[in-house]
Design a binder for this molecule. Structure first.
Ligand code: M6R
Length: 599
């Protein structure tokens, strides 16, 4: 949620900040702003809506020579998306940008108001800049005042502050919200909420630990309580661009067959599954698994619960992280606590992980972002290797999560000797077909584009499936609602008659996942029940179904997971085409953010 950037150097500062924010716009895009300091003076600009509005507003402003700047793209938490609530927030002579939530902002605000400070916004962030200037009155030294300010904040934050009292200096602090600092041989300094804006700019980066506070100027860098450790930054800008596709989401759907190969490489062997990340001692004593995640990552977890129980004969339970946190869960130390997160920054998942650690459980993160907060906290991590995912609607991250979890279920099956070697070899063989299947699934894109025009109205969508196709139905419904804003729900096909079928009529669209390898006849009966009540049926299946109003024919496969991956692509393409036809920005759908770092 929210993205922040900072820059110190001689290049045109506005351009540097806006280009950095462009890379982070997926984190929030209600409003954006920058503050730029040169020769001791600060100019600030803010605009509601997307970054293009800020660009327009600053088109006649440019800098020459050395200076410093900070920028922010917002996903509103406290206060509406207005210009006054946009960052940077200003005091008399200082400006601040912040990502996270200051939990005790009301107390601080009340205290400062009693002392005569006037607030302009409804945000929690504004207290930081006023508190800093109050502290300056007694401390005199900007860094002492900044430290004392940060000490008084509860909650999560990544903060950058500019003040006229310290020319060309950026003060920074981080706790619970991501922030990275980068530098290069030209003496330039960069800050950002994730790697993306730094790629191609910084040559090395430091991932700040929680509790870090410091400042940087052209004269040098100071950080407390531990020095920052810089590591080389690799990657090139091109991989982070759209590469000819209309949307990042589309590009990411098309990339799946390649990135899934990266997920498997070195792990899926001819006769075995290998996870170098997991050593024997770590797994000793593990008898059960608890999977915990949010949103799409939760759907990946739910999918794997069928696989773990079926293959590895392990009791598995799956938790939505925001529910898990407050249910006073009973945790036993023979449980492996697995968190799944694309971003590695989801607040609920991170907190659930902390709870599991405190209860003494062994913890494993399945994550796409190395060095993210979740990765750093978990005892072990399996990276999904999907590459940067920019579309807010998760696609390739989901595919790679499911793949890692399928691999992990076999890894445990082998360790626990619950499947014969012959079955293991079959599973590995089918697994190796997945990249090809993902590639071939793209052939239905044109069909999805054409069909999309028939699904722009109605009073709702039911995505239905059985077994692993039930979580896939949930995922299909989530994808569609996120980007099309149409009402969609996922259900186990067998559950319809217990209530939801009451909604069936010609304006209710049923998207039926009808794989041939798993419970085909059972699912078919459920679809027939809906068809008999006049629901419009779009069947996705390798077998023609006479009652379907529309049909997307998939390839015949011999393994349910291959059907799963193919139908996943169909759902993604169909949702995307419906949303595009409705004129929506599928990469930045309304009300959502890529990384949900608030509760
Ligand atoms: O980064 P995470 O995987 O932890 O995020 C969890 C959810 O916020 C995320 O999957 C969300 O549901 C996506 N927008 C789905 O497309």
């Amino acid at each position: 949620m929210c993205g922040i950037v900072g820059y110190i150097g001689k290049r045109e500062i506005k351009h540097q900040l806006i280009e950095g924010l462009r890379e982070l716009e997926y984190r929030g895009y209600d409003s954006a702003g920058i503050a730029v300091m040169q020769e001791g003076e600060i100019r600030a600009f803010k605009a509601v809506g997307k970054l293009a509005n800020l660009e327009e507003k600053t088109k006649n402003f440019e800098t020459r020579g050395l200076g410093a700047g900070i920028g922010h793209t917002r996903w509103a938490t406290h206060g509406k998306p207005t210009e006054l609530n946009a960052h940077p927030h200003m005091g008399e002579y200082s400006y601040v940008v912040h990502n996270g939530i200051i939990e005790n902002y009301r107390e601080i605000k009340e205290r400062l108001e009693k002392e005569g400070v006037q607030f302009l916004s409804q945000t929690d962030t504004e207290v930081i800049v006023h508190l800093f200037e109050k502290e300056m009155e007694t401390k005199g030294d900007p860094f002492d005042a900044f430290k004392s300010t940060i000490d008084q904040l509860d909650g999560a934050y990544a903060v950058l502050l500019l003040t006229r009292k310290a020319p060309d200096t950026i003060f920074f602090a981080r706790k619970g919200s991501p922030m990275i600092i980068g530098r290069n041989g030209e003496g330039e300094i960069f800050f950002a909420s994730s790697d993306a804006p730094l790629i191609g700019e910084a040559t090395e980066v430091a991932y700040m630990e929680d509790g870090t506070v410091g400042y940087v100027s052209p004269e040098g860098l100071h950080a407390e309580p531990v020095e920052l450790q810089f590591v080389p930054l690799s990657g090139d800008k091109m991989t982070a661009q759209k590469g000819g596709y209309r949307f990042f989401m589309e590009k990411e759907i098309y990339e799946q067959y390649q990135v899934i190969g990266d997920t498997m490489i070195g792990r899926v062997l001819d006769e075995d599954i290998l996870f170098e990340e997991l050593d024997e001692a770590f797994l000793n004593g593990i008898e059960r698994i608890k999977l915990c995640a949010c949103g799409t990552s939760y759907h990946a977890a739910l999918t794997s619960s069928y696989l773990f129980e079926r293959q590895a004969k392990m009791p598995v339970n799956v938790e939505i992280a925001s529910e898990f946190r407050y249910k006073e869960p009973l945790l036993t130390t023979d449980t492996l606590f697995v968190v799944i997160s694309q971003s590695g920054e989801t607040a609920d998942t991170l907190e659930a992980l902390k709870m599991a650690k405190e209860a003494g459980l062994k913890t494993l993160a399945i994550c796409n972002v190395d060095n993210s907060s979740i990765v750093r906290l978990a005892d072990a991590t399996i990276l999904t290797r999907a590459g940067i995912e920019k579309g807010v609607a998760s696609t390739k991250a989901f595919a790679t999560q499911v793949m890692v979890l399928w691999m992990l279920s076999l890894f445990f099956a082998k360790k626990r000797q619950t499947i014969p070697q012959e079955t293991m070899l079959d599973e590995l063989r089918y697994m190796s077909y997945v990249p090809k299947v993902l590639q071939k699934s793209l052939e239905v894109h044109e069909k999805c584009r054409r069909l999309s025009k028939r699904y722009l109205h109605g009073h709702g969508f039911f995505f239905i499936g059985r077994d692993i196709f039930f979580p896939l139905a949930l995922e299909g419904a989530l994808k569609l609602k996120e980007i099309s804003y149409l009402h969609a729900e996922g259900y186990p096909a067998g559950e319809m008659k217990h209530g939801p079928i009451a909604l069936a009529d010609a304006e209710l669209f049923t998207i039926a996942l009808m794989p041939k390898t798993l419970l085909y006849d059972k699912t078919k009966s459920n679809v027939e029940e809906l068809s008999a009540r006049d629901s419009t049926i779009l069947a996705i299946s390798p077998e023609m179904f006479e009652l379907a109003d529309d049909f997307i024919l998939t390839h015949p496969h011999k393994h349910p997971m291959l059907e799963f991956f193919e139908m996943m692509v169909v759902e993604q393409l169909l949702s995307m085409e419906i949303a595009i036809r409705l004129g929506n920005d599928v990469d930045m759908p309304r009300n959502l953010a890529k990384s949900v770092t608030v509760e």
